[in-house]
Design a protein around this ligand. Structure first.
Ligand code: SF4
Length: 184
């Protein structure tokens, strides 16, 4: 999960998939990757234009040699890992009940709850993270919840939302407003 998140940063998912598979086949563990020849890693990453990130990736692999960290603070200490990658790893790899927050999830959360952020980069706002986390019910699988929120934000709750297709519309004040006025 962590390797995928590091590759996905500012890179299209459809380009990452074959490179990720090749990387995993060559270096199945973090220890394998940490001991890899930098030039070979650079060649593998070339289709993604990520050759410049090789040393950071190898450093990250070395820090995960004995296992990917299981706490947020230790994950954030790994080179290249920010709050999104740390949370995604904790949820998708370890099943922790944490919300993954990216720009599309922020759209859903703010429209659905009315909570807004006055920061220029709302993804750095703890209120947004807390609100997103509070939405995860105790009875749902957090991995499935996060995948659903990411998909909802990417496909339905787009900048121009498709509220008439949204399963949350009956609970969403923005969706009701769109239904009556035709705009966000
Ligand atoms: S009802 Fe509309 S605004 Fe609300 S979450 Fe769904 S798509 Fe987004």
């Amino acid at each position: 999960v962590l390797l995928a998140e590091l590759m996905l940063q500012r890179t299209r998912a459809d380009l990452v998939v074959p490179v990720y598979r090749e990387g995993l086949a060559r270096w199945p563990t973090a220890a394998d990757l940490a001991g890899a020849e930098p030039r070979t890693v650079a060649e593998t990453l070339r289709p993604l234009g990520l050759s410049h990130r090789v040393s950071r990736l190898l450093e990250a692999a070395a820090m995960c040699r004995d296992g990917v960290p299981r706490t947020r603070n230790r994950l954030l200490a790994v080179p290249g890992v920010g709050p999104y990658a740390a949370t995604a790893t904790l949820c998708f790899a370890y099943g922790r009940r944490l919300a993954v927050v990216d720009p599309s999830v922020i759209r859903v959360v703010t429209r659905l709850t009315g909570v807004s952020s006055d920061r220029s980069r709302p993804r750095t706002d703890p209120r947004i993270w807390k609100t997103a986390g509070d939405l995860i019910g105790t009875s749902v699988n957090p991995r499935e919840w996060n995948f659903a929120m990411l998909d909802l934000g990417a496909i339905v709750c787009r900048p121009k939302p498709r509220c008439h297709e949204c399963p949350l519309v009956r609970w969403c004040p923005t969706g009701r407003r769109v239904a009556t006025s035709g705009g966000v």
